[in-house]
Write a protein that binds this ligand. Structure first.
Ligand code: FAD
Length: 286
């Protein structure tokens, strides 16, 4: 099933999982997926380490394929194009196609330290056009409620986002954010720019302070005062921090659903316990 069709019927709930770093630990992700299945997500997406070579591609492919065929849940395979030649991209796409995967999150990928690697794609819109001209995948793109870290302004970023839609993306998933007002302003600007596709809100429940500090550096997201206060108060009490993080995410999600969001994409961090607690709190609202 093409995941873009899901939004016609309901508020979508989807999850993200990642392949474990150690290849000998890959089975642990299947325990996670089995637990997530009990929450009846509309789809599960699988990340792909940019520049990770063949092993990364294999892991994403195997997990996305198992989610679809063994667990009976629609899957989305992420595909960053940075450093890829067109021939390499085509070879990976052929493998996704052979595995029966119908949905691709087409990304550029993060710039590695030390400059731009050689490859045939400068930006995600080029990958999207490349795929659209040759394949029948449903194409999803990433978006950034507070602007991408490299963009000169949110408006310039939205201009580039429109190129991804014009190239063939049919739905968007947002980067995480902790202040819903940024997301609402972003939605308004997207609609004004003529972007009418469904936009899922990316929500990351906070489990520890280190993880957030990494995210802030990497993604440049704003931490609201009440969020920072929560982190300071519970930083030395992991269980309290986890519970506070769940409560914060639930609060964000309830507000987003009340405002009519198209969907919620939960960055599960491969932690089904947290996903289940959030699901318990919000599933009747979807
Ligand atoms: P692009 O759309 O190419 O945008 C990158 C930057 O270039 C932006 O600042 C944009 O404004 C600018 N830009 C775009 N087009 C042009 C143009 N024509 N001229 C000038 N500037 C332009 N990374 C991974 O490696 N693996 C993953 O699995 C992964 N999953 C992700 C899932 C989600 C939901 C999100 C939000 C991000 C994910 N990322 C992943 C991170 C992503 O790869 C990075 O954020 C990356 O830096 C940008 O990717 P993009 O596809 O948005 O790039």
């Amino acid at each position: 099933m093409k995941t873009c069709d899901l939004f016609k019927k309901k508020t979508v709930l989807s999850f993200e999982v990642f392949p474990p770093k150690r290849t000998d630990a890959v089975d642990t992700v299947y325990t996670t997926v089995a637990a997530l299945k009990e929450l009846s997500p509309d789809f599960i997406s699988v990340t792909y380490g940019a520049g990770g070579g063949r092993a990364t591609c294999e892991a994403t492919l195997a997990i996305a394929s198992a989610i679809k065929h063994e667990y009976g849940i629609e899957s989305v395979a992420h595909l960053p194009c940075i450093g890829l030649t067109k021939a390499e991209a085509a070879s990976q796409l052929e493998r996704f196609k052979e595995a029966g995967i119908e949905n691709i999150l087409a990304l550029r990928g993060d710039m590695p330290e030390g400059g731009t690697p050689a490859g045939d794609f400068a930006h995600a819109n080029e990958l999207i056009s490349f795929i659209r001209e040759r394949y029948d995948f449903n194409l999803i793109a990433a978006c950034y409620p507070e602007g991408h870290t490299e963009s000169e302004s949110v408006l310039a970023d939205i201009g580039h986002l429109k190129n991804k839609i014009d190239a063939g993306a049919t739905q968007l998933i947002s980067q995480l954010f902790f202040d819903n007002d940024y997301f609402y302003r972003f939605l308004e600007r997207c609609r004004l720019a003529g972007i009418g596709v469904p936009i899922e809100a990316g929500i990351m429940p906070v489990a520890n302070k280190k993880q957030i500090e990494r995210m802030v550096t990497l993604c440049g997201v704003t931490l609201p005062k009440k969020f920072s206060a929560m982190m300071s108060r519970y930083e030395n009490d992991p269980e309290a921090m986890r519970d506070a993080g769940i409560a914060y995410a639930v609060d964000q999600i309830v507000d987003l659903i009340a405002q009519g969001v198209d969907g919620i994409h939960l960055y599960t961090m491969n932690n089904p316990y947290i996903a289940r607690r959030i699901h318990e709190a919000v599933h009747r609202l979807l």
